[in-house]
Design a protein around this ligand. Structure first.
Ligand code: DAH
Length: 344
């Protein structure tokens, strides 16, 4: 048995030394040291020996097994390092190679305009209403009723509204003016706020009209607010947005939620006289709607009309962007064509 143990030691040592991988080494370990391995089968036969032999062979078997464990552990360390180095070498990254080209995104021109306009109004003391306070899926109640559009009044047809089948009277908002109502229900005067966002109208799409577009609504309610305040604020806005002291014109108009109402024109910014394509030769460009908040609207939200008055205005973001950059087709904003978008 002694010889057998020595043979095992020799063979195993050789096989350990010859192992080329951790996997091979594991197989050797299994072959000699596992429960069903060669050493164990010898230990199992010890019972047939005399006590004296048992002691001698037993202790020899133990020392062989300890020796093998040690050899395996040393070899395992070497192989592990070798394999790790090979892996590191294989997976090495050449940091001198040129990087993949990833084009940078840009802020969309409409977002740029919204940012620019909101900054102007922030400078004039207005705060920005968070988008989530004025949803795009709106009720007719907020979008029309509370804004003094009488039921079945033709004024509702001024804006071709998208109705939903989700629930009666739930619509896609046709204007941001509902934000006025939401703000006044939420906060007592003094109020000085603007609310940018998307609006929807059921119209056939053309170079001038898209059925999704953006508006910025403004509202100021306080004691002693007059039409002069409205003119002052809007003239200042035009001056900063169009970059010079551009003449404006307030034309009497009609909106159900303001009285008096006005449409505001700016002197044509690229006028070439009678044949001008931008202003159709009129010399003026309409840029926004505005007016003094109608007493009915203030009453609807429980604001005392004896103490308070206010003005409101609304402007189209696409239109203002098109005027500023001489863009002649509203659809360009929505096509995601990089050749167009990269110009801003
Ligand atoms: N909501 C109007 C529209 O979409 C624009 C407008 C006009 C807003 C007058 C106002 C306003 O706040 O006072 O046509």
């Amino acid at each position: 048995m002694k010889e057998k143990l020595e043979l095992i030691l020799n063979n195993a040592t050789q096989e350990i030394n010859n192992s080329q991988s951790v996997q091979e080494l594991d197989d050797v370990k299994l072959k000699y040291l596992s429960r069903k391995g060669e050493l164990n089968s010898i230990k199992k036969n010890l019972k047939d020996l005399s006590d004296e032999e048992k002691r001698v062979v037993g202790s020899l078997a133990n020392s062989v097994s300890n020796k093998l464990e040690e050899l395996i552990s040393i070899k395992n360390n070497q192989l592990y390092k070798k394999e790790l180095n090979r892996k590191l070498e294989e997976e090495r990254i050449d940091i001198t190679l040129p990087a993949d080209y990833r084009p940078h995104g840009k802020v969309h021109p409409l977002t740029q305009t919204i940012n620019e306009i909101t900054e102007i109004f922030q400078g004039l003391g207005f705060s920005i209403m968070p988008q989530e306070d004025s949803p795009e899926v709106e009720t007719e109640y907020i979008n029309f009723d509370m804004l003094n559009f009488p039921p079945n009044h033709p004024a509702r047809d001024m804006q071709d509204t998208f109705y939903t089948k989700t629930a009666p009277n739930v619509i896609l908002r046709s204007q941001t003016s509902g934000a006025q109502i939401r703000q006044m229900l939420h906060q007592a005067p003094p109020i000085r706020v603007i609310s940018p966002g998307r609006v929807y109208r059921c119209e056939s799409v053309s170079a001038r009209k898209n059925n999704l577009f953006h508006q910025i609504e403004g509202l100021m309610v306080d004691k002693d607010i007059t039409f002069a305040d409205l003119k002052g604020i809007l003239n200042e806005f035009v001056r900063i947005y169009f970059g010079s002291a551009r003449p404006t014109r307030f034309r009497a108009s009609y909106f159900p939620f303001t009285e008096p109402s006005a449409e505001v024109d700016v002197q044509c910014i690229m006028c070439s006289g009678k044949g001008c394509r931008t202003c159709s030769g009129t010399g003026w460009l309409e840029v926004l709607g505005a007016g003094m908040v109608h007493a009915n609207v203030l009453r609807n939200v429980g604001i005392d009309t004896e103490t308070y008055s206010g003005f409101a205005f609304g402007m189209g973001v696409e239109r203002l962007t098109m005027l500023k950059y001489a863009i002649n087709d509203i659809r360009l904003f929505f096509n995601n064509d990089m050749r167009f978008l990269n110009q801003f």
